[in-house]
Design a protein around this ligand. Structure first.
Ligand code: GLV
Ligand code: MN
Length: 197
């Protein structure tokens, strides 16, 4: 997780020009108000009207400045029927998936290559260890919703397909083709889905 706090709070202020250090500066304590500790964006879900049928509403320190130095954050995940929050990992945090509505298959792969997964229903939780590749897949008939809780204010996200096939500038086809043991044509197809240009 993140470093321990050294004061009650440090509500994030925008970084000044040329300021470079880990984390975010604090706004003056005299200007901190109750609303700095309040976050309402999770009252609504993100649209799931997209190719994966999923929408994540982030609640990290960038969205919720009151979290700065507190070592935790949370997202809301909405899934349409059949929707999947696509394979990704968080370099700086474990993730607790608490399902609030519907049923989803939640799974991760360990460094030993072992796949751990469960169908998780409303009121139930599943935990994903830090850095492991994981997903949530709606296996129910209706919409599904989860809150995901992190022991970092900014867990970071590496989207598997996006980071490999959508990198800018692109990773050479030969590297990807050899890595995945497929023809370059398949790599070109994947790049056409994940590269913007
Ligand atoms: C779900 O996996 C999330 O990162 O919010
Ligand atoms: Mn995640």
């Amino acid at each position: 997780g993140d470093p321990e706090p050294v004061q009650d709070f440090c509500v994030a202020a925008p970084r000044g020009d040329g300021e470079a250090f880990p984390g975010l500066p604090c706004k003056p304590a005299s200007t901190v108000v109750s609303d700095d500790f309040f976050f309402a964006a999770h009252a609504r879900g993100a649209s799931t009207d997209n190719p994966t049928g999923s929408g994540v509403t982030p609640g990290n320190v960038e969205a919720f400045p009151g979290l700065n130095t507190l070592g935790l954050s949370l997202n809301r995940v909405d899934l349409a029927p059949g929707g999947v929050n696509p394979l990704h990992s968080h370099p700086r945090s474990a993730e607790l998936v608490h399902v609030e509505d519907g049923e989803m298959l939640v799974g991760f792969v360990s460094t030993e290559g072992k796949f751990y997964s469960k169908v998780v229903r409303a009121g139930e939780s599943f935990v994903i260890p830090r850095g492991m590749m994981h997903f949530q897949y709606n296996v129910g008939a209706g919409a599904a919703r989860a809150m995901t809780v992190f022991n970092s204010q900014l867990p970071g996200v590496v989207l598997a397909a996006q980071s490999l096939f959508g990198a800018e500038p692109e990773i050479p086809d030969a590297v990807l083709a050899k890595s995945f043991q497929v023809d370059a044509e398949i790599i070109k197809l994947l790049k056409s889905k994940f590269r913007k240009g």
